[in-house]
Design a binder for this molecule. Structure first.
Ligand code: ADP
Length: 430
């Protein structure tokens, strides 16, 4: 029995103990009156406290409304402490939940919690962005009502989560998501959503690249193998043999230039940032003019327009290779009689190296893709001109490493202008 109850009973017993001698030694009714009056007073007191407790139980608060009197003091005290502990526990639990939600929000992967009917319980902002969910309104909704792509619905209903699902986003952006479903707490599910757009793109680029290289090398190899077989099996006269050997050498040179360009590209890609050597542009422009004249063999007019001042800071071999590719392309894609201009202009605000031709030009739709590896507008023409399809990829890469931009302007049948713009930080001597 609790001390509060013992205190209340003792008070009642005390009333009886005092009432008895009064009734026995004075008059009995006086004893009874005293006993009833003191019990009544005690009842009023208990009723008052009981009413207070009753009121409090409808809206429990932790304040001095829980300060009792007499025997009720202990009861109110214990309630006060219990309520206070409970509130502290709830606050601590709330804080833990807040921390868990914050951790879920901080994840770079999307997270969606589903109940046993695949209804959304929680999702973080990454998942909202990836799957187009809005947790405020979508909580409690079946996830398949929100993400309706048939492959997703089939995956979730198929109940085989041993492999992740690759989902291509249908919401405009070209996004690729990898979805893992992890069962937890009985039939509940945790959906982890990874954005694999970048790795998917790299994977595709790698596959395309291998396919392109194989394709590019297969053609000359087939030609070579064909000639070798013919030479081994058929007796051909000397002139024919000479012609075959010339064609074989042409094909092996072609393979050599492809491999050379691939090596150049890979060395640029893996090389550390370009050195800060000062590249003498007057010299280089002069060398480019001589190379263009040699390649053109008198079929074009080669013009140089240069201020004769300003040099570049960077890697000379990379810049020479980039500028050389632009000049070679201008000569190769300009019919005889045309003009190729090599332009160099440097100022305090930056510098521009440009090659302008009066050649066949390029249709606007091809321009954004020209710097892709092996992208060619006319495969046959490029091959006949000795191209590998890697020249502009090398140009773009080298320029990027020097913080320079490649600008291409062209009109079919009129000519093209390829300009490399360098920032002021790369220019010296102006
Ligand atoms: P390629 O080795 O085939 O020349 P590039 O990467 O250097 O490869 O160029 C890609 C394509 O861009 C070429 O195949 C060609 O169609 C086009 N091109 C490049 N430069 C010019 C130019 N000056 N005039 C017209 N077309 C050009």
């Amino acid at each position: 029995m609790s001390s509060s109850l013992i205190r209340a009973l003792l008070l009642a017993v005390l009333a009886a103990v005092v009432a008895y001698p009064i009734g026995h030694f004075v008059v009995p009714w006086a004893g009874w009156t005293f006993f009833c009056a003191s019990l009544g007073l005690q009842m009023v007191f208990h009723f008052k406290n009981f009413a207070r407790l009753d009121r409090w139980s409808y809206a429990p608060v932790v304040d001095d409304s829980l300060e009792g009197e007499g025997a009720w003091d202990g009861i109110f005290g214990r309630l006060y402490r219990h309520e206070k502990d409970l509130r502290a526990q709830i606050a601590a639990r709330d804080e833990e939940i807040r921390m868990l939600i914050a951790a879920g929000q901080a994840l770079t992967d999307g997270v969606v919690l589903l109940d046993d009917h695949n209804q959304i319980l929680f999702c973080n902002t990454t998942a909202e962005d990836q799957l187009g969910l809005v947790i405020r309104t979508d909580r409690g909704q079946p996830v398949v009502n929100m993400v309706r792509q048939p492959e997703f619905v089939a995956y979730l209903q198929g109940e085989d989560f041993s492999r992740p699902l690759t989902l291509r986003s249908e919401r405009g952006e070209d996004r690729v998501l990898s979805i893992y479903v992890i069962p937890y707490a009985g039939n509940r599910r945790l959906m982890q959503v990874k954005d694999v757009t970048q790795t998917d793109r790299l994977d595709r680029m790698r596959r395309d690249f291998v396919a392109n290289v194989s394709h590019e090398l297969r053609t000359p190899l087939t030609v070579l193998a064909g000639f070798l077989e013919t030479l081994q099996e058929i007796d051909v006269d000397r002139d024919e043999q000479k012609r075959f050997l010339e064609m074989m050498s042409e094909q092996s040179l072609r393979m050599q230039s492809i491999v050379q360009d691939l090596l150049t590209l890979s060395s640029i890609e893996s090389a550390p940032p370009p050195e800060a050597d000062v590249v003498d542009m007057v010299n280089i422009v002069d060398k480019l003019r001589r190379d263009a004249e040699a390649l053109s063999a008198g079929r074009h007019q080669i013009v140089v327009e240069s201020d004769g001042q300003g040099d570049l800071r960077g890697s000379e071999p990379e810049l020479v290779s980039a500028f050389g590719n632009l000049v070679a392309n201008a000569v190769r894609y300009t019919p005889p009689g045309g003009t190729v201009r090599i332009l160099w202009h440097a100022s305090k605000n930056g510098a521009e190296f440009a090659v302008q031709d009066t050649g066949i030009g390029i249709d606007a739709k091809h321009i954004p893709r020209l710097t892709e590896r092996f992208y060619r507008i006319d495969r046959g023409r490029s091959r006949d001109a000795g191209g590998t399809g890697l020249g502009l990829a090398i140009v773009k890469h080298s320029l990027n490493r020097h913080q320079a931009q490649l600008e291409i302007k062209s009109t079919p049948g009129v000519g093209s202008r390829f300009a490399a713009r360098f920032p002021a930080s790369r220019v010296v001597g102006v």
